[in-house]
Design a protein around this ligand. Structure first.
Ligand SMILES: [Zn+2]
Length: 458
């Protein structure tokens, strides 16, 4: 509260001095507009609220009440070519109780915009619903909601509620800071942020989990700042042991998104297999006409170990793929991060690389592709030996182990095996690292400051 009053005094002082100021982006907004879905002119929605309805106008993170209908608990919201019309249910053939332009910032919501819940077409939303005609026949369905209550519906979608409370609190501050830094991001469509991974996944009331809501409440109003601006707290599930910088991966220098070794991120390994047939068709569909893939080369890696340039060699030419396009091309849930190496391989049945399940002294068993002769250390790391055969000695005698066929460069390849670590872009906070830090007793602000360099949390 102190901050808001301080800001008001500042605004008054500045306007007295004749300097025009915009609404300060650093001020935590009370309300946010979240894009939920898209409909068409003519759509109608049945809505109910036990507290009754009110008409509001949205402006710069705040709302103003314009009309009050506490006795009407069931309504129909109907869009036409110019207006949004509100009717009590069963009175749709009567004149609407209110009607407003479909490109205005008016919306209908519970009389209690902070605690009230409205049900629209069987789904529950906190706050209110704005229908906004963004262009042509398209009407956007937008949830106007108190920012803190919005975070209730974000947190369980962005981090497992089984994680320790301090990790969830770090994620709550990250989500709040991201929201603040992205107000007006989709303003041309009538809202601030969307409900998908483009911004932050938001599941509404039905996704809320009490433990996550506690993490939001216990950090109420806390935001991460860098150089006076809210931080866009990018994060990934696991960074493979090394935090990547925004500059190395996205090409944009961001002061708080720097590269460094992560001492807390637990190991997370994965493998993916592609036949040359599959690779050739993926490349062809993406517009790279290089014929049948005959080779693949990593051209560039970051200091943190992410592949930022890869070359596919085909019977008809070469294709170079850079940075984030690599994962979107090969499938970002298959190639889980850019921290990988490639084993050219023959994937035909008789010569396929040996697969084994390995388990270190801690952690669960993971599937590994064994190429040549490999040994497993106590942490479950697979180390491939530079030899075709080794002699293994057990207490029952010696056995010679012959390696599986290495790739034959001359005859070309019929597939590749990609072995990687980490999950996501590896920039900013590692969620699994945050979990590990919380388990070691670090607090949420210590976790955030570890992953975002030079920030303050206030
Ligand atoms: Zn978005």
């Amino acid at each position: 509260m102190k901050k808001v009053i301080g800001l008001l005094i500042l605004l008054i002082t500045l306007s007295c001095a004749g300097i025009s100021v915009f609404a300060a982006p650093e001020d935590v907004p009370d309300f946010i507009r979240v894009g939920i879905s898209t409909g068409s002119v003519g759509d109608s929605y049945e809505a109910s609220s036990s507290e009754g309805f009110a008409l509001y106008e949205y402006g710069e993170g705040d709302i103003i009440e314009r009309a009050y209908f506490p006795e009407i608990t069931n309504i129909v919201i109907k869009s036409d070519e110019e207006y949004i019309n509100i009717y009590p249910q069963g009175e749709e053939d009567m004149p609407p109780i209110c009607s407003y332009n479909n490109a205005s910032k008016y919306f209908i919501g519970s009389t209690d915009m902070s605690e009230g819940i409205i049900s629209v077409s069987g789904k529950n939303y906190r706050g209110g619903v704005m229908l906004y005609n963004s262009s042509g026949d398209t009407v956007r369905f937008i949830n106007v909601i108190n920012l803190e209550k919005y975070l209730y519906g974000v947190l369980p979608k962005e981090m497992s509620s089984s994680y320790p409370l301090e990790a969830l609190k770090a994620q709550a501050v990250a989500a709040r800071s991201f929201s603040m830094g992205n107000i007006n991001r989709h303003n041309s469509l009538g809202y601030d942020i969307c409900n998908t991974q483009c911004c932050q996944v938001y599941g509404g009331v039905s996704s809320e989990v009490a433990k996550c809501s506690s993490a939001v409440n216990e950090t109420e109003g806390m935001v991460a700042y860098y150089a006076g601006k809210p931080v866009s707290c990018y994060y990934s599930a696991n960074n493979g042991g090394y935090i990547e910088s925004s500059k190395d991966i996205w090409g944009t220098e961001v002061g708080y998104l720097q590269t460094k070794k992560d001492d807390y991120n637990p190991e997370y390994n994965w493998t993916a297999e592609f036949t040359t047939e599959k690779l050739s068709s993926i490349l062809k569909e993406a517009g790279y006409s290089i014929g049948t893939v005959t080779g693949i080369n990593i051209l560039k890696k970051t200091e943190g170990g992410s592949v930022t340039s890869i070359e596919f060699v085909g019977t008809n030419g070469k294709a170079t793929i850079d940075k984030s396009k690599i994962r979107s091309l090969l499938g970002s849930s298959t190639v889980k991060s850019l921290k990988f190496s490639i084993t050219k391989s023959s994937l035909s049945s008789e010569a396929s690389p040996a697969k084994a399940y390995v388990k270190g002294v801690s952690g669960s068993a993971t599937e590994k592709i064994l190429s040549g002769i490999s040994v497993v250390d106590k942490n479950g790391n697979v180390i491939t030996l530079d030899a075709n055969s080794v002699v293994a000695q057990a207490n029952t005698g010696k056995t010679t182990i012959q390696g599986s066929a290495a790739s034959s460069g001359e005859e070309g390849i019929d597939g590749i095996v990609i072995s990687g670590k980490g999950y996501g872009h590896c920039i900013g906070m590692s969620q699994m690292g945050a979990k590990a830090m919380a388990e070691e007793g670090f607090t949420y602000d210590e976790i955030l400051k570890y992953y975002y360099i030079g920030i303050t949390v206030e």
